[in-house]
Design a protein around this ligand. Structure first.
Ligand code: AMP
Length: 449
């Protein structure tokens, strides 16, 4: 099947050709015809499958087919994402695929000045890509009207719920017109997602490309058992011995991310940390340095890493296993993207054995265990409880009392959060907090779709 077979118009086909895509990915083959048929969609697709083009291309096509009324553009498509990084990423995709079409798109998120966003909206926008917090701020200031939205996309809906955005989502839904097309994308399907889908979607078509909660086939997964205190040493060994050029490393806490990045730099391995406490400017810079190959290692927490799209990322390392098993699937989805080979390495100490069991249960497969010479495990070391919060060592500590680690209620250990509402407040702060670096980022956030 080709993109032309899907019935996309020439401006879209030309933009796709510019990207060098030769054929639609499985999610695109399934989603595009259904969306063009004007149906609601519930899609289970992991990140890295090409899902963004899977909804962006048919929306652009339908906007093109439907033509809008004369006059200033108004918001016809609204794409909600959980994080700024994902909003920026989706926004870039919209501009890339829509570059030969006349539509305007704008990205809206917190942490940057609100006034340029207001100005962009005033000028007229067809497609809005937004995080919920800033979107609602703009609405409350009468700067935005969603009354004529024709297409509503909830991207990475599972992460939205994890981040406590359910109330914000409901508020947004209440502002949308009754007749619209809805698309919900989620990597996993919890009961909460199903409930949300029931409320949001109208007789949806279900699409699932990768089996639910399975990990991407193109990613080679391996576990190295290692002593808690020797993880850093092993990571440095792997990077140097393998001559790794670009590696995304996950820690459970912000503190752990900072510490590891500083330590790597001391060992002449260029690294930056990316997490919710960093200003938007620092996050953007770390990401662009990493993408450009100026730094070898990006150390990230789970929430900060959502939405990062880096082509051909060859290595992902779980310096610490996530306390939520689903996060493992998200993490390793950063590599092996769009069918390319990738490697996901997990450094697992005695404290994390329960986490590992939870992950293997979720992905329904045993991950290969490989011993590294010179890093034999000291079996006399006993498991300790894992501390997630401030002052935690960033190194993995945990115990055998980690049962139920994939429970949603447990997830807030990440980024020092203790409750869902705390998580939500924190993410709202992330969306609305520091206001430095606004113009530079903002300048990029608005443009012709
Ligand atoms: P996504 O799952 O939307 O984050 O996309 C993952 C990556 O796949 C992005 O870097 C896209 O540019 C790329 N991609 C999307 N569609 C295709 C395609 N049909 N062929 C090759 N690469 C693609």
């Amino acid at each position: 099947m080709t993109f032309a077979d899907l019935g996309l118009c020439k401006p879209l086909l030309d933009a796709i050709k510019d990207q060098g895509y030769t054929k639609p990915s499985p999610i695109q083959q399934q989603a595009i015809p259904i969306i063009l048929e004007k149906k609601d969609v519930l899609a289970g697709a992991q990140t890295g499958t090409g899902k963004t083009a899977g909804f962006t291309l048919p929306i652009l096509q339908r906007l093109f087919d439907k033509k809008r009324e004369k006059g200033k553009p108004h918001v016809r498509a609204l794409i909600l994402t959980p994080t700024r990084e994902l909003a920026a990423q989706v926004g870039e995709n919209v501009q890339t695929y829509g570059k030969y079409l006349p539509f305007k798109s704008t990205i809206i998120f917190g942490g940057v000045g609100i006034n340029p966003q207001k100005a962009a909206i005033r000028k007229g926008v067809d497609i809005l890509i937004a995080t919920p917090g800033r979107l609602l701020d703009l609405i409350s200031q009468d700067s935005l009207d969603l009354g004529r939205v024709e297409f509503f996309v909830l991207d990475e809906a599972d992460r939205m719920l994890d981040m406590g955005f359910i109330h914000d989502i409901k508020k947004v839904l209440a502002l949308l017109p009754e007749h619209r097309q809805n698309l919900l994308f989620s990597a996993t399907f919890s009961n909460d997602i199903k409930k949300l889908a029931d409320k949001l979607l109208n007789n949806p078509e279900l699409i699932e490309v990768a089996r639910r909660n399975t990990s991407s086939e193109s990613v080679a997964q391996v576990v190295h058992h290692v002593d808690r205190e020797r993880k850093r040493e092993l990571l440095i060994h792997l990077i140097k011995k393998g001559d790794w050029k670009q590696v995304l490393v996950f820690t459970r806490t912000k503190h752990g991310a900072n510490r590891l990045s500083e330590q790597l730099n001391r060992f002449d391995i260029s690294a930056s940390a990316i997490h919710g406490n960093k200003s938007q400017g620092a996050r953007t810079k770390a990401l662009s340095d990493f993408k450009a190959g100026n730094i070898k290692v990006l150390v990230a927490t789970d929430i900060a890493a959502r939405g990062i799209d880096i082509d051909q990322l060859p290595h992902v390392v779980n310096f610490e296993l996530p306390n939520i098993a689903e996060d493992y699937v998200h993490r390793i989805g950063r590599t092996g993207r769009a069918g390319r080979e990738g490697e996901a390495v997990s450094l697992v100490c005695v404290d994390e054995h329960e986490y590992l069991k939870g992950i293997e249960k979720l992905i329904n497969k045993e991950i290969e265990k490989v011993d590294i010479e010179g890093f034999d495990v000291d079996r006399s070391i006993k498991a300790e409880p894992i501390t997630q919060g401030r002052g935690g060592r960033g190194g993995s500590r945990g115990g055998s009392n980690n049962k139920g680690n994939s429970s949603r209620n447990n997830r807030n250990g990440n980024d020092n959060r203790n409750s869902k509402s705390a998580t939500r407040n924190n993410s709202r702060n992330n969306s609305n907090g520091s206001r430095n670096n606004s113009r530079k980022t903002q300048g990029k956030s608005s443009g012709k779709a």
